[in-house]
Each structure stands twice: as structure tokens, then as C-alpha cells.
Design a protein around this ligand. Structure first.
Ligand code: TPP
Length: 591
């Protein structure tokens, strides 16, 4: 890492000395060139007069495709889904001044909360207008041109308020590096005139810094020695618990190498689902505190030592804060710090630490291998009725999944139901378990499906409740189904029709009218939203187990050659096991 940094600095010096012949580029083109270097192939957003000039550069760009969205909220959700699937890259969204950027803000805040690298570019008035502050459209009418920037500061980890051609490139580089290194959204304002200011392209030859700061070698080696001592004391009888930040902070390769070389049993928290191949023989399933399946709970909580990697203990990710693992048996590795029992080691990050730890812990593999890990499986229950219950539905769906599928689950019965069933090798699981904004999955599925194409992944499959999809309709998020049709994408969308907000019924107001919704003709949706001739999509309703079985076994359906929507009829008051348990805990916590 030191050598890479040294080479980068040499290039910076070279470029500042003007050793390479300088070729001028527009600031807007510079920004696109940097996004291209980060692997961005799709830019989401909505046109507006403060970004139209820049959009000419986007449309003429060879590698970056403009995905015009139906509204900015969807665009921000799509950029989020894109970044989650395209590990190592970023999502990018372009909005216009005020009205556009404020609409995107829920999605940007979600990306901040869930640690997803999204670049939010807002086209803003020209520098001249910013200086004289006329009462332009999209302003608050009181001359506060900086109001939206102040709002963006709350939900992004770094901001570049571009104000001149001299510093524009350095500012763009600074925030893009922050986006990648911190794994959180950043905000760039691009004034209409500055987008076309000419600057040198020399800096583009210098790769963006992407590595987190180096760990202090002395502290790091002390930390490793301490961990090895604890593993020795535990005689290798320990487990690894992997969570969201392992995925978000790009430490999956390091984790997998550790697991394969040490043979330690591994479990995941809900936000870490799919961080580890769920068919791996040393994988034991999902741990969510007190709502964990009993056989898994016993294994995790009785381990002599727990190596927790990338943990994020939010309510829904921890069974309402009910981990039963004492601190004195826990080692926590985080993106930028380490904790051994009660002692904190700031600035010791996991990405550099894990490989060194692996080298020291490999020797425990023979002992670790002796710890039995019951396979994580899901059995389809024998049920007498033909009604589609959650207990039957999720294990049945588990059999339908294939390697490399991208599986998206909306907040509601879906995000809980899927936790108890294994996903195939190399599949990617997306859910917004911390931010939990219903409406996120449709935009996110669009971004995920586009990224899946770039990454040679398989089908994109979405599970969403009828209530969430109707909220999508009110927020106009549902329109993004139309963008999927326009872009020739072929996701399979399962709409769980259980007559309203079942998750909320479990939390509060089982029979209240506020949890009811109007029933819609879901199977007509894709026709209305753009499949006018009926040849771009297929829609189905399944009322029984038999009907769903028949559909899932149909090879044409499974091949996903067109976009498909399946309305799954389910009872109003049925919910997955994990949701019922969580609801009980949340109900008590809300009192
Ligand atoms: N508005 C937003 C933007 N996000 C939210 N999380 C909520 C409201 C509160 N909320 C959480 S779940 C839910 C609502 C309104 C209803 C989900 O119902 P549905 O999609 O039908 O799911 P299911 O019936 O499968 O539980």
C-alpha cells in the first residue's frame, strides 16, 4: 500500500510540473472521466435547466449511459442499488437545483445511513448568478442560495461546492476519494457556466487515492498478538460473525481468505446476508440476537470466542439489541478501529489487519475444523391447506434461486421472511434494514439490474409487499418499472398481496383501517407503464401453492427472458417467524 501511495504521489508531482503535455478538458468532462475511472457506466437522474448543459456532455460520453428516471427519489435509490451490486465502484445521480436535489435527499440519506458510496451531482445556477442572487426559479425567494448545500451537509460525508476552475479538479478528486474510502455519499455542486470552463486534464493521469489510511504498524502488531493469545486460550473453538461493514468497506476477499485458511465456523447478521456463500460447509446461518433460530443461537452464544467483523448493531439487525454475547468473549474488527474485549484500538482498520491475522491464525485450522457446524437449510413444511403461507413460501423460493442471482427484499414481511432461507453461491442480497424507507426497492432494483449486467450476474428478483408498492405509487416510485421496460431489463417481481401493511399490523393496529389499502389490479401495471403491445413483459396471479409451484417449475418463466410480475395472494395476518418475534420485541420497546 505504501508503494502504491508513493507511485501516486510521484505522478501528482509529475503532473504539477507539467511534464506531460497538457490537454484541456471541460470541468464537466473531467468529472465524467473520473466517474468512468471509478467504473461508472450508468448515471441516474432527472434533467432540469441547471444541469442540461452538463447532460449534453453525458449524452455524448462513450462509456457512461444516461438513465433518465421518472423522479429524483427513484434516481437516488437506483444509484444506491447500483453501487451495492457493483462492489468497488460508486453509484452516481444527477439532479437539478433545489427541487431536484431535495427530492433525492431521502435516498441519499439512506445511502449515508447504510454506508453506500453514491455521488450526488447537483446542477446549480452559474457563478455569476450565485454572486448576484437574483430571485431565480427553484430558489426560496429570499436569496438563500446555500440552503440546499446546508441540507446536503447533513447526509453526505464530503461536499465539493465548485466555485472556480482552478480548484475544481482537486475538489472533485477529494470528494470522489472520500466517497470510495469512507463508503458514504458525497455531494458536488456543478454551476452551469463552470461545467464548461476549460481545465488541464493532467490530473486524470493520476489515479484517485482509494486506500484507507495505513494502520500504525506497532499498534497493529500488538493487536494481532493479543488476538492470537485469545484464540490460543479458546483452543481454536471460536466463531466468526460477519456483518454489513465487511461488504460496505470492501473487505470480502480478506474475510473469505481468513475463513478458508482458518476453517473457523461463520455466521452472518441480517445486513451481512450473502457476505459469505450460504452453501459453504462452515457457514451456520443468520444470527439476530434473541430472534435467531434456536439451533443457530445456541451455537453462536456458546462459542468460547467471537470474532465479529464489520458489525452494525441496529434494532432490526440485532433482534432489538438482544445479542447475548458478553464483551469479554468478543473481538470486534471495524473499518477504522478494533476492539478486543473492553479495549479500543482506534485507527486500526480491518482491511489491512485481516490478512496479517489470517497468516497468524492459519495454524488453528485443524482444531477449528473439529467444531461441527450444522448446515444452514430450509425445509418446505408439510401443510394441509393450499393457501400460500410465509412458512411455505420462503423455503419454496429458496429452491427457485440460482447462483449469481441478485435478490432484493423490501422492508416488510419480505425482508424478514428471506432471512431464514439460504441463498445460492455467488448470489447478492440487497435490503435496506437500517434506513428502511419503503419505496427503496423498485429504484434500487433498476440500479441493481443494470449493475448485474456489468458484473455478469444472473437474474434480478424483487420481493415487495402490496403496501410498499402502493406507497411507491404515491411517491411515484412505481414508475421506475417503466424505466426497467425502457432499458430492456428483465427482473422478476413478486408482489406479496396480503391486503395491506402486514408488518405494521404486527407492530400495532392489527385490525385498524390505517393499515388497510385499496386492492389494485397489479397484473395490469406493466401494460399501463409502457408495455403497450404486451410483448415486453408477463404478469401472473397465483392463488395457491399448486399455482406457484407450477409457475416456478416453468422453464420459460425461470429463464426470465422478459420482465415478469407475479402477484402472490397471501393471508392478511400471516407473517414470517422472524417478523413475529421482532414485532413482539418492538412492541415492548415502543411502550
Ligand atoms: N413510509 C416510508 C417511506 N417508509 C416506511 N418504512 C414507512 C412509511 C412505514 N412502513 C414500514 S413497513 C410499511 C410502512 C407503511 C408497510 C409495508 O407494507 P407491505 O409493503 O404491504 O408489506 P407486508 O404486508 O409484506 O408487511
Amino acid at each position: 500500500a505504501l508503494e502504491t501511495e508513493l507511485n501516486r504521489l510521484k505522478l501528482v508531482v509529475k503532473s504539477l510540473q507539467g511534464a506531460d503535455s497538457s490537454q484541456d478538458v471541460y470541468v464537466g468532462s473531467y468529472l465524467l472521466a473520473r466517474l468512468e475511472q471509478l467504473g461508472v457506466t450508468s448515471l441516474f437522474g432527472v434533467p432540469g435547466d441547471f444541469n442540461l448543459g452538463f447532460l449534453d456532455l453525458v449524452e455524448d460520453h462513450e462509456k457512461i449511459d444516461w438513465v433518465g428516471n421518472c423522479n429524483e427519489l427513484n434516481a437516488s435509490y437506483a444509484a444506491d442499488g447500483y453501487a451495492r451490486v457493483k462492489q468497488g465502484s460508486v453509484g452516481a445521480v444527477l439532479t437539478t437545483f433545489g427541487v431536484g436535489e431535495l427530492s433525492a435527499m431521502n435516498g441519499i440519506a439512506g445511502a449515508f445511513s447504510e454506508m453506500v458510496p453514491v455521488v450526488h451531482i447537483a446542477g446549480v445556477p452559474s457563478l455569476r448568478q450565485q454572486a448576484t442572487k437574483p430571485m431565480l426559479h427553484h430558489t426560496l425567494g429570499d436569496g438563500r442560495y446555500d440552503a440546499y448545500t446546508k441540507a446536503a451537509e447533513q447526509f453526505t460525508c464530503s461536499q465539493a461546492i465548485l466555485s472556480n476552475a482552478y480548484t475544481a479538479a482537486a475538489e472533485i478528486d477529494r470528494v470522489l476519494s472520500d466517497c470510495v474510502i469512507k463508503g458514504r455519499p458525497v455531494y458536488i455542486t456543478l454551476p452551469t457556466d463552470l461545467a464548461y470552463a476549460k481545465i488541464s486534464s493532467d490530473r486524470l493521469k493520476v489515479p484517485l487515492p482509494r486506500q484507507p489510511p495505513l494502520n500504525d504498524p506497532d499498534v497493529e502488531s500488538f493487536v494481532i498478538d493479543e488476538i492470537v493469545k485469545l484464540v490460543e486460550e479458546a483452543e481454536g473453538e471460536m466463531i466468526v460473525l460477519a456483518d454489513a461493514c465487511t461488504i460496505r468497506h470492501d473487505a470480502l476477499d480478506e474475510l473469505h481468505d481468513l475463513l478458508h485458511k482458518t476453517r473457523f465456523p461463520v455466521y452472518c447478521a441480517p445486513m451481512g446476508k450473502s457476505a459469505v456463500d450460504e452453501t459453504y460447509e462452515r457457514y451456520g446461518g443468520i444470527y439476530v440476537g434473541s430472534i435467531t433460530r434456536p439451533e443457530i443461537k445456541e451455537k453462536v452464544e456458546s462459542a468460547k470466542l467471537i470474532l465479529s467483523i464489520g458489525s452494525l448493531k441496529s434494532d432490526f439487525n440485532s433482534g432489538n439489541f438482544t445479542y447475548s454475547i458478553p464483551t469479554r468473549r468478543t473481538i470486534e474488527l471495524h473499518s477504522h478501529w478494533t476492539k478486543i474485549k473492553h479495549a479500543d484500538f482506534p485507527e486500526i482498520g480491518m482491511k489491512q489487519l485481516i490478512p496479517k491475522l489470517t497468516a497468524r491464525l492459519e495454524g488453528f485450522s485443524a482444531k477449528a475444523q473439529k467444531v461441527f457446524v450444522p448446515p444452514f437449510t430450509a425445509h418446505i413444511p408439510e401443510e394441509s391447506g393450499n393457501v400460500i403461507s410465509h412458512a411455505w413460501f420462503w423455503p419454496r423460493m429458496s429452491q427457485f434461486f440460482r447462483p449469481k442471482d441478485v435478490i432484493v427484499a423490501e422492508t416488510g414481511t419480505s425482508s424478514f421472511g428471506i432471512l431464514d432461507v439460504p441463498l445460492p453461491k455467488d448470489s447478492v442480497f440487497l435490503a435496506q434494514i437500517l434506513w428502511g424507507s419503503i419505496g427503496w426497492t423498485v429504484g434500487s432494483t433498476l440500479g441493481a439490474a443494470l449493475a448485474a449486467k456489468d458484473c455478469n450476474l444472473n437474474r434480478t428478483i424483487l420481493f415487495i409487499g402490496d403496501g410498499s408498492l402502493q406507497v411507491h405509487m404515491r411517491q411515484l416510485t412505481v414508475q421506475e418499472l417503466s424505466t426497467m421496460l425502457r432499458k430492456g431489463l428483465k427482473p422478476i417481481i413478486f408482489v406479496l398481496n396480503n391486503s395491506g401493511y402486514t408488518i405494521e399490523r404486527y407492530l400495532h393496529g392489527k385490525e385498524r383501517k390505517y393499515n388497510d389499502i385499496m386492492n389494485w389490479k397489479w397484473t395490469a401495471l406493466l401494460e399501463v407503464l409502457g408495455d403497450l403491445e404486451g410483448n415486453l413483459s408477463k404478469s401472473y396471479t397465483v392463488n395457491s401453492k399448486k399455482e406457484l409451484d407450477r409457475l416456478l417449475e416453468d422453464q420459460k418463466f425461470a429463464a426470465a427472458d422478459v420482465m415478469q410480475l407475479v402477484e402472490v395472494m397471501m393471508p392478511k395476518l400471516d407473517a414470517p417467524r422472524a417478523l413475529q418475534a421482532q414485532a413482539e420485541l418492538s412492541g415492548k420497546a415502543n411502550q
